[in-house]
Design a protein around this ligand. Structure first.
Ligand SMILES: NC(=O)c1ccc[n+]([C@@H]2O[C@H](COP(=O)([O-])OP(=O)(O)OC[C@H]3O[C@@H](n4cnc5c(N)ncnc54)[C@H](O)[C@@H]3O)[C@@H](O)[C@H]2O)c1
Ligand SMILES: [Zn+2]
Length: 457
């Protein structure tokens, strides 16, 4: 096809499609920095690094690659001896001729590392100082934010240094770590500056989760509920059954749940046909339109995983009211989220007007028509381009009542965690940290966000 197009040199227009073969390498380990360290080492050299030489034998195509490690500071603080262990690993790889050590570094965890450009600059400087090249390895261990910041630096240094991610939160292991996106926050907008870039490998390691606080541990499972509702009645049933044990952090319960979620995301990326999100629909963003709104409205006191749990609960009730999801399945989803120890209600959901502006933000974020994924049934998603605003308001009222009945309010959530309810923070205002505030936020109460009656599946 390409040849034919190029041969016709009389033409002035050449539209030649091409694809780049990529391999998504995902590993599941119990102790990647200890007894399973061989899994990590095995990722440092791949077949494509070996070329045939003239006499038919094989030789390495280049000098030993370099390896540099970045670790989430909160994780490093929580695991005594972790940084020493990383240096030991680098020395082991050096001794085995696998990789030349290029330093290990700590990076402040959470949104802080994405908010200030100095962190990405520091990572880039370290990559430059150590003379890493495109066949070098940047190994990052941390929560989704640290993965995002280091991943972004890895993607732009030399137009791409090999990135090995070791996610250390449930959210990153079950969802974002296996993704092909990275970003930092700019112009006070979340994830404004970033790229699509497939990582060299992802290693989901159980041991890394040991120091994760309960609040962060629970948060990631809202994404597991989300993806199972979209993709698999069987996985959803498993989650419902194991939710109580997952909350108690029983390995046999939580590990298969995280693995299933990660594999669904992997399948979506590798076989879903739109890994770089060129199309309107974002099928895995079920429950996210309100979550993306709630996070900045709360000044980021509500974490992403918590916001997704609330958003999933809301869209499940709306789906039951408007799109044929059975009320029994909607109840199961709410029961499941509550049994996982996640809140079903936050006081900010009481302000329906402000919440509903999230639909316009979501449309802007998608860059086209409003497209929201909802549920016809468990495992039966549908895309709609209209939201019936009075029905959504009713779903909010139903959610508040359902949360009360289940003792799953925001306050009860913290009581259960044994922590004080965090003080509300100033909402991140217009154009400040959210996906980009609606430019046309004034919508009168009771009016549909978009005219009713034009549902598209
Ligand atoms: N790239 C993507 O596709 C994608 C998708 C979803 C979310 N994200 C991003 O991920 C980020 C959220 O990630 P997250 O939910 O993993 O939280 P996080 O990275 O903000 O981490 C939460 C807190 O836990 C700490 N932490 C991490 N691992 C720990 C461990 N094992 N023990 C103790 N403390 C630990 C962190 O330092 C941080 O303080 C957001 O910035 C979001 O934008 C990215
Ligand atoms: Zn999410």
């Amino acid at each position: 096809m390409a040849d034919r197009a190029m041969e016709d040199r009389t033409a002035d227009r050449f539209d030649v499609s091409f694809s780049v073969p990529l391999v998504h390498r995902v590993r599941f380990t119990r102790d990647a920095l200890g007894s399973d360290a061989n899994e990590l080492a095995a990722l440092l050299l791949r077949d494509e690094d070996v070329l045939s030489n003239e006499d038919g034998g094989e030789r390495e195509s280049r000098a030993t690659p370099k390896a540099q490690v970045w670790v989430d500071a909160s994780l490093a603080d929580g695991v005594p001896g972790l940084t020493d262990r990383l240096d030991e690993l680098l020395a082991d790889w050096d001794a085995a001729g696998l990789a030349e050590p290029a330093g290990s570094f700590r990076l402040v965890g959470g949104e802080a590392c994405k908010n200030d450009p100095k962190h990405v600059d520091r990572i880039l400087a370290a990559i430059n100082d150590a003379d890493l090249d495109r066949r070098s390895y940047l190994i990052v261990i941390g929560g989704g934010a640290v993965l995002d910041a280091v991943g972004y630096a890895a993607a732009i240094a030399h137009r791409g240094v090999r990135l090995i991610r070791l996610p250390s939160t449930t959210l990153a292991q079950g969802d974002s770590g296996v993704g092909v996106k990275n970003a930092v926050n700019r112009f006070q907008k979340k994830n404004w500056q970033g790229t699509f870039a497939a990582p060299w490998a992802v290693v989901n390691d159980a041991r890394l989760l040991e120091t994760l606080p309960d609040r962060d541990f629970r948060a990631g499972f809202s994404e597991c509920v989300k993806v199972s509702l979209l993709k698999s009645p069987a996985d959803f049933a498993d989650l419902c059954e194991r939710a109580g044990d997952i909350k108690q952090r029983a390995f046999d319960a939580y590990w298969p749940a995280l693995k299933a979620s990660c594999l669904w995301h992997l399948k979506h990326i590798t076989a879903g046909g739109d890994p770089f999100e060129a199309l309107e629909a974002r099928p895995l963003d079920f429950g996210h339109w309100s979550a993306h709104r709630l996070e900045p409205l709360s000044g980021y006191v509500v974490r992403h995983g918590e916001a997704v749990g609330l958003g999933v609960a809301l869209d499940v009730l709306y789906s039951a009211a408007v799109h044929g999801l059975s009320t029994a399945d909607a109840d199961r989803a709410l029961d499941c989220l509550a049994a996982l120890g996640l809140p079903l209600w936050h006081p900010l959901l009481g302000d329906a007007d402000r919440l509903m502006q999230g639909l316009e933000e979501f449309r802007q974020h998608l860059g086209g028509r409003l497209t929201v994924t909802l549920l016809n049934g468990v495992g039966a998603p549908l895309n709609v381009h209209e939201i019936d605003e009075p029905a959504m308001r009713q779903a909010l009222r139903s959610l508040q009542a359902a949360a009360k009945r289940r003792g799953a309010t925001w306050e009860a959530f913290f009581q259960d965690l044994g922590q004080p309810v965090p003080a509300p923070r100033q909402a991140a205002g217009a154009r400040s940290l959210g996906l980009g505030e609606s430019r046309n936020p004034a919508r009168s109460k009771g009016r549909s966000v978009v005219p009713p009656g034009s549902l598209v599946q």
